[in-house]
Design a protein around this ligand. Structure first.
Ligand SMILES: [Zn+2]
Length: 332
């Protein structure tokens, strides 16, 4: 097409562009940009993953910042962590996640977030995330809890003692339940630890009263196809849950990692909340190489949302390969 025809054909466009340019020069160079309002709402706090026949939905309870003083390790390592934190104040940013597994027969929640029991304005969002994902708390059949710290079970009970999941049976290791729910152990606990006992007892109370608090003491099957994996150290009955379907696996590892950007490179670093730090580090040192070797999806309550990824060996430590976000239902 000759240039003259092309220009003629597009003359209306040129005129429109000229008007826009003129309008811009009157109102200021960025008038068009400034006119678009900002949007501060976000995508809902859930993300789904297919694991064999299982539908796994990560549910955000909110975000947290881990305090550097909560980490303990050798002086040289901790000096390095302090320096890194000084240079990068976001080094210890973290998350609170719970996970919902729809097996096709049962709806199982693994950990319930902090609810109103841990503090922090950004927490307590799990039930809302669950509703956004298309479920109701009444539909949940079972809750498997990794341990009884309030940032994992706070979402089970409101502050006025009502069950959030009225139809669910709560499953926890007997060693865990016996420890945190014991008035005798609570009475002897150091002052700093007492709130953990008080919150565990208050959160458990309405489920115990309703006959919905269940414990397991070995590897007896609680749910078909779910492996109970004792992960002692962080707490006495800290337990991981392994689900498999059609040769695919997902492992819910509880508090194996609190500060992913420190502890994956330094698995020997423990946290002040570990009841037995030596055992916690030993458990981590046994588990991480195994998970890095296997092709298993890991679900971590404190890993950056959605807290789903795989572990890879990197140098003397490990790196986290997060699942890639997509708005489609695909196997990852
Ligand atoms: Zn914990």
């Amino acid at each position: 097409m000759p240039l003259a025809n092309l220009l003629k054909g597009n003359s209306k466009l040129f005129a429109a562009a000229l008007l826009v340019a003129l309008a811009g020069s009157v109102a200021g160079p960025n008038a068009a940009l400034a006119a678009a309002p900002q949007h501060h709402d976000q995508v809902p706090g859930f993300f789904r993953l297919q694991v064999g026949d299982l539908e796994v939905t990560a549910l955000s309870d909110g975000v947290t910042v881990f305090d550097p003083h909560w980490l303990t390790g050798k002086k040289a390592t901790m000096d390095g962590v302090e320096k890194a934190f000084h240079e990068d104040p976001h080094l210890l940013d973290g998350a609170e996640n719970g996970f919902l597994v729809n097996t096709g027969r049962q709806l199982i929640l693994v950990d319930a977030g902090a609810g109103a029991w841990w503090g922090g304005p950004g927490l307590g969002r799990l039930a809302g995330s669950l509703r956004s994902a298309g479920y109701t708390p009444e539909e949940v059949d079972l809750v498997l809890v990794t341990h009884l710290h309030s940032d994992h079970i706070g979402g089970l009970t409101t502050q006025d003692g009502q069950r959030v999941f009225p139809n669910a049976d709560i499953y926890v290791a007997k060693a865990e339940s016996d420890f945190w729910l014991s008035p005798e152990i609570a009475a002897k606990a150091p002052k700093d630890a007492k709130p953990f006992f008080q919150s565990a007892q208050a959160i458990a109370a309405p489920y115990i009263k309703a006959g919905k608090w269940r414990t397991f003491s070995g590897s007896e099957p609680v749910v078909d196809g779910v492996e109970l994996v004792p992960l002692p150290g962080h707490t006495p009955g800290h337990t991981g849950y392994g689900f498999s379907s059609k040769g695919q696996k997902i492992f819910f590892w509880g508090d194996i990692i609190h500060a992913q950007r420190v502890q994956l490179q330094h698995p020997e670093v423990t946290v002040v909340f570990d009841i037995d730090p030596t055992a916690a580090a030993a458990t981590r040192n046994q588990l991480l190489p195994k998970l890095a070797r296997e092709d298993v999806v890991i679900a971590g309550p404190h890993m950056s949302f959605p807290g789903l990824g795989r572990l890879r060996k990197e140098g003397r430590g490990y790196s986290w390969a997060p699942v890639t976000f997509t708005d489609q239902w695909i196997e990852q």
